[in-house]
Design a protein around this ligand. Structure first.
Ligand code: 3H9
Length: 708
């Protein structure tokens, strides 16, 4: 019997099953709590209270999830009532027992709905969490107040500050749910629980009255510890400390006042640029996975892979593939090199075991799928081959000629080159349609970014296979066209040059690093050079020397350090000094003397830069090159640039990537900066035609994301 007038297509349906009102949230894809769902939930609870035949209410989600949270597409738009706190309060106030039956995601506002319910059951596979912190928010529908009362200050803080998801059993242990279902049939489990509660005359049990904060002293200590820790680790993020403040309010204030306090903090977060940046990041990394090819083509099968080269990159790629469950064959030129390659792979796994990220058994299982060979013929059955050999066109072509000879028809032949012309590699063999760029970032088993580089003659299903691989590897894939450096490294070359100009003009590398860190990057450019090895950039500069515009400004400071053998951490000296194997370097007066000498040689009179001036130039260079890359069609949309920089180059997520950041400060401001800087160096600071055009039309980068 259907109780309400809600049509079958409504996002919240409710129907009476015996004496249980079953409320089903059916709002694909993830049952996010938009205005219609919120309204529907209130209507359902009103209907339950109004009908004497209803003795309990069961809330379930249709599809694969309970509720993934607030609808984050609504943030930044005018608020539409009812608010989620009202919905949760209404659920909690219901006169009949309300049971939340959880499968899949119960995240953020989704878990808050469950916390406001009176009883909770989860089935295996459920994911519960309060991940708002990852979006620059805090649980804003009573979540900070109810979770602390339900599971105690320490556990609630840990959940909210980490944003982690917990499974059904962990949720039971924490006290987030009352029981775990015997089967994965969430509806049957929830209904059985509801009937049991009716049979035992269970009353509504309101979380606002739970006693998790009863031990005031222990709670206060947990809050103080979390605050101290957060002050150290928040790295510029505003919402973590506000979460701590809200839990403190839960301890010290009556429930309703605590709710009001939470609401105020939530609204501050919701209106903040950090929230806008993080929500943009969330969508950018999902949108980046979509390309014309993934929409139109089926990926090829991916079970076994070959990796050519057992150096750091090859081994990292092999580990990434093994971790994704593929069988991997590594090819090296001789037994000794193969042994070294195998040792590299083992070393990566040993590191994971040491850090407790992996058990020795899991390592053994992964290595069972690993084989090595010195003959290309061992790749005959591979679905995918990725070469990570020396960056030299002749060497790469020789490798591809062998792959062309031995690989089965339909095998995807990928190169991990960082800058070579993949069209040229593809044209050198008989099956250019199977050749793709898969550009990993070091360490390849850790770094999230994978550039899927699309040469002219590749077929769509091969590109779709690249994206499918990224999914298996849990990486963020970004589609890039062929050019020197693709998206990420091409931009890096330009913004590093801007940093070098600043350094030669008077800023110390230490000040540049500090300013860039203060902006939110984990490291400054000169620390990164020291970490990666100065010789990498040096080699790239030498390679480009022949094609460099002789009129372009060239800063020699990095070369001067490399010529002295100061290659960074691995040699104990680079831009910084690393005494006794230290990983954190100290400023080096001799480096400053070299910089001074180079300034004299270049005829530069050093001048002072503020940190703000440094960041303006660094960012303008990055944004301008990003715009060129979009303009040339190397990247599909500005959001692809954002995903690349956030996942491969440490760009702070809460700023949403360089293109989102540009929009946030105003493209006209960026253009004015570029034109100002161009007065000194018109060759380097040429405004991208895309920026000029967008500013002229009063548009921003986001308008291109939407249009694409
Ligand atoms: C919150 O709740 C605030 C409250 O405390 C306070 C309020 C007052 N909204 O990831 P997928 C879309 S903050 C709108 O590919 P999966 C997503 O964009 C929220 N859309 O699937 C994608 O769209 P498309 C706290 C959302 O199976 C599609 O759903 N909650 C939302 O790999 C599929 O997503 C969170 O932070 C949303 N909330 O993973 C949870 N979530 O098809 C965020 C997803 O057009 N979500 N979409 O590309 C997730 O972690 C994952 O999406 C989830 C599914 C685990 C649920």
């Amino acid at each position: 019997m259907t109780l309400s007038s809600a049509p079958e297509t409504a996002v919240v349906q409710h129907a009476l099953r015996g004496s249980v009102l079953v409320v089903t949230i059916d709002h694909a894809p993830v049952n996010a709590l938009n205005a219609a769902v919120r309204r529907g939930l209130i209507d359902a609870i009103d209907a339950a209270d109004a009908n004497a035949a209803v003795r309990a209410v069961l809330i379930v989600g249709a599809g694969r999830n309970f509720i993934a949270g607030a609808d984050i597409r609504e943030f930044g738009k005018p608020a539409v009532p009812p608010s989620l706190p009202e919905v949760c309060n209404r659920i909690e106030a219901c006169g009949k027992p309300v049971i939340a039956a959880i499968h899949g995601a119960a995240l953020g506002g989704g878990l808050e709905v469950a916390l406001a319910s009176h009883y909770r059951i989860a089935v295996e596979g459920a994911k519960l969490g309060l991940p708002e912190v990852q979006l620059g928010l805090l649980p804003g529908a009573g979540g900070t107040q109810r979770s602390a009362r339900l599971i105690g200050a320490q556990a609630a803080l840990s959940l909210m500050l980490s944003g982690r998801h917990v499974g059904a059993q962990d949720a039971l242990r924490l006290g987030l749910v009352d029981r775990v279902g015997q089967s994965d049939d969430v509806f049957a489990e929830g209904l059985a629980y509801a009937h049991e509660l009716i049979a035992t005359h269970a009353a509504p049990r309101r979380t606002k009255n739970a006693r998790g904060l009863a031990d005031k002293e222990a709670s206060a200590a947990a809050i103080a510890a979390a605050r101290a820790d957060t002050q150290k680790t928040a790295r510029g993020l505003a919402s973590p400390l506000k979460i701590v403040d809200c839990v403190e309010a839960a301890l010290n204030l009556p429930f309703d006042e605590g709710l009001r306090f939470e609401r105020e903090r939530f609204l501050e977060c919701r209106e903040s640029p950090q929230r806008a940046g993080l929500v943009h990041a969330f969508f950018a990394e999902r949108e980046a996975q979509k390309s014309p090819e993934t929409r139109g083509a089926q990926p090829r099968a991916l079970r076994s892979a070959g990796v050519l080269g057992g150096g750091t990159m090859g081994a990292g790629i092999a580990v990434a593939l093994l971790d994704a469950g593929l069988a991997v064959t590594m090819i090296e030129r001789d037994d000794a090199s193969l042994e070294r390659g195998r040792a590299h792979v083992e070393k990566v796994y040993d590191g994971s075991v040491e850090k407790g990220r992996m058990t020795p058994e899991a390592k053994a299982r992964a290595l069972q799928r690993f084989n090595g060979d010195t003959a290309y013929d061992a790749l005959a059955g591979a679905d995918l081959v990725i070469e990570a050999v020396f960056e030299d066109m002749t060497v790469k072509k020789a490798v591809f000629a062998q792959l062309d000879r031995v690989c089965k028809p339909g095998a995807v032949l990928a190169t991990n080159t960082s800058y070579l012309d993949i069209d040229e590699i593809a044209a050198s063999i008989t099956r250019p349609q199977d050749v793709l760029g898969l550009h990993f970032f070091s360490p390849a088993n850790i770094m999230k970014l994978l550039e899927v580089v699309v040469p002219a003659r590749v077929t769509a299903d091969v590109v779709a296979t690249g994206f499918e691989l990224a999914k298996k590897l849990r990486k963020v894939a970004v589609r890039a066209g062929v050019c020197d450096g693709f998206i990420g490294n091409r931009m890096l070359a330009v913004y590093r040059a801007a940093a070098d100009h600043l350094m030669e003009d008077g800023a110390s590398p230490y000040q540049v690093d500090q300013a860039v860190r203060d902006f939110g990057f984990p490291m400054g450019p000169y620390q990164v050079i020291d970490l990666a090895g100065g010789d990498i950039g040096w080699a790239a500069r030498k390679r480009r020397a022949a094609t460099r515009d002789p009129n372009a400004r060239y800063v020699r400071i990095g070369d001067a350090l490399c010529e002295r053998g100061w290659l960074g951490q691995k040699t104990g000296r680079g831009f910084y000094r690393y005494e006794d194997g230290a990983r954190i370097g100290k400023p080096d007066a001799e480096v400053e003397a070299i910089i001074d000498a180079e300034r004299v040689r270049a005829g530069v009179t050093p001048r002072a830069f503020s940190d703000e001036q440094i960041v303006r130039r660094y960012m303008a260079a990055m944004i301008n090159e990003g715009a060129n890359i979009v303009h040339e069609g190397i990247a599909q949309r500005p959001l692809d640039i954002d995903a690349t920089l956030m996942h491969g180059f440490g760009f702070p997520r809460y700023r949403g990537g360089p293109m989102h950041y540009a929009d946030s400060i105003g493209l006209d401001t960026v253009l004015a900066d570029i034109r100002e800087f161009a007065k000194e160096d018109p060759l380097f600071w040429r405004a991208s035609p895309l920026i000029v055009d967008l500013v002229a039309r009063g548009k921003n980068f986001a308008s291109l994301n939407q249009a694409a």
